[in-house]
Design a binder for this molecule. Structure first.
Ligand code: NDP
Length: 451
């Protein structure tokens, strides 16, 4: 490693020795920046990397709420405002028991480069809570969301910070939070994206991450004489990103054969058809059930998740793999299984789903990998379009938003592959996305002085 990237990495390790996910995300970017740092001495002179790895601001707060039995519950809330170099902080809110400062910082750090890649003027942030929505009633979720927003409102604003959804935060939660913000501030402004269509939401926002992932995938595959049409894919997760990834794979004539949740996976060799996917959407988004119910209904194999060892989902033979659940869901053994079974491409729907070891194995084995910064940027891109519509007090048609999304994903592919070719290997999209995303943020930081 270059002395500057090494210095910054050592500093991150020393400052926050227990923040494993944040360290992993930083190292991933520093390894790419290593390839350009000699050419751009300003990065070192102006301590760009050291500044980029320290959030502009991180807020941690108490979220008290009462459950249906009237008992007081306390959760911890977070908002990490990582960088406003190119626009207002922008990034989702995650509600999951695993949420901690390391996970918030890794996600906010990733978001800075991802948002830069979209070409839209958005900085990077992330937030959430260790609240677990699973098993909670609608009223409990509403009381939690209202309490969460009662603190968060003072840190956000349409020109300051615009949160959105992520794991555990969909239309229901965004609605509850938006309602509470309005009640406190008496303002109808776009302070959240992913809102319902009746109150300022954008068409295609729910679909955007999954659709964008498949649009980018098609572009990468087309250039290598491959296609989604006629192919078989494995998809993990069964939430927002997984559902619309499967939907677009179906539309393009491919077949997705798996879905999962934290309890287990289903394997449907006939493919998760449009009709079966509609069942999944109701199961997951309305009934909030478990994916096992799919296996019971359609009489297909269900494999429960038994340990943190190799996940059986990554041992199913397929052309392409789309991890769409969570970070580090593909560990070394999973990568070995995927490679053994001849997988040709990994499209990261989730954020940082491949461990550092598995990423290296894919690169060494020439398995194409579209990293999350680029591959799942469609969600935040359409969030950016929702902000534009809110500011203009307009609603664009479905066709217009979809067209804009396609163009943004095309632009991301172009920038990422040009940077990969220029500074690394033409198929090393990890370097490509990191370098392309980094350059714009670094230029903006240089122009704005020491802030
Ligand atoms: P959802 O909450 O809609 O779905 C998450 C899915 O992943 C569920 O099936 C969930 O299972 C599973 N999952 C979550 N945590 C774990 C875990 N620790 N182990 C195993 N399975 C798990 O979230 P999204 O679909 O919105 O998000 C999925 C991924 O995509 C995340 O990494 C997110 O950061 C990323 N992403 C999302 C975007 C969006 O627009 N929504 C945009 C860009 C990235 P269970 O129900 O059992 O918890």
């Amino acid at each position: 490693m270059h002395s500057e990237t090494e210095r910054v990495y050592e500093m991150v390790l020393k400052r926050d020795p227990d923040q494993r996910e944040f360290q992993q995300a930083v190292k991933n970017v520093l390894m790419s920046i290593d390839k350009i740092i000699d050419e751009i001495p300003e990065i070192t002179y102006h301590k760009i990397l050291e500044r980029m790895t320290e959030p502009e601001r991180a807020v941690i707060f108490r979220v008290p709420w009462t459950d249906d039995e009237g008992r007081l519950q306390i959760n911890r809330g977070f908002r990490v405002q990582m960088s406003s170099a190119i626009g207002p902080y922008k990034g989702g809110l995650r509600l999951h028991p695993s949420v901690n400062l390391s996970i918030m910082k890794f996600l906010a750090f990733e978001q800075v480069f991802k948002n830069s890649l979209t070409g839209l003027p958005m900085g990077g942030g992330k937030g959430g809570s260790d609240f677990d929505p699973k098993g909670k009633s609608d009223n409990e979720v509403m009381r939690f969301c209202q309490s969460f927003m009662t603190e968060l409102y003072r840190h956000i604003g349409q020109d300051t910070d615009v949160p959105a959804g992520d794991i555990g935060v969909g239309a229901r939660e965004v609605g509850f939070m938006y309602g509470q913000y309005k009640r406190i501030r008496n303002e109808s402004v776009g302070i959240l994206t992913g809102k319902g269509l009746d109150f300022g939401g954008s068409l295609i926002r729910p679909e955007a991450t999954g659709y964008g992932l498949v649009y980018l995938t098609e572009a990468i595959l087309r250039d290598r004489h491959m296609s989604i049409e006629g192919s078989t894919s494995i998809v993990s997760g069964s939430g927002n990103v997984a559902q619309y990834t499967v939907e677009k794979i179906n539309e393009l004539g491919g077949k997705a054969v798996t879905l999962s949740d934290s309890s287990g996976m289903i394997y449907d060799p006939d493919g998760i058809s449009k009709e079966k996917l509609e069942y999944v959407k109701i199961l997951k988004n309305v009934k909030r059930g478990r994916i096992k119910e799919y296996a019971d209904k359609y009489k297909v194999e269900y494999i429960p998740r038994s340990s943190d060892e190799a996940n059986p989902i990554w041992d199913i033979k397929a052309d392409y793999a789309f991890p769409c659940a969570t970070q580090n869901e593909i560990i070394k053994k999973d990568a070995e299984n995927l490679i053994k079974n001849g997988v040709k491409y990994i499209g990261e729907g989730a954020n940082m789903p491949c461990s550092a070891e598995s990423e290296k194995l894919f690169l060494d084995s020439h398995v194409l990998l579209a990293p999350s910064k680029a591959a799942n940027a469609g969600g935040v891109a359409v969030s950016g379009l929702e902000m534009a519509q809110n500011s203009a007090r307009l609603t664009w048609t479905r066709e217009r938003v979809d067209e804009e999304l396609k163009n943004i994903m095309k632009g991301i592919y172009k920038n990422m592959s040009e940077a990969a070719e220029k500074y690394s290997d033409k198929d090393n999209f990890i370097d490509g996305a990191n370098i392309a995303g980094f350059m714009k943020v670094a230029r903006a930081m240089l122009a704005q002085g020491y802030v």
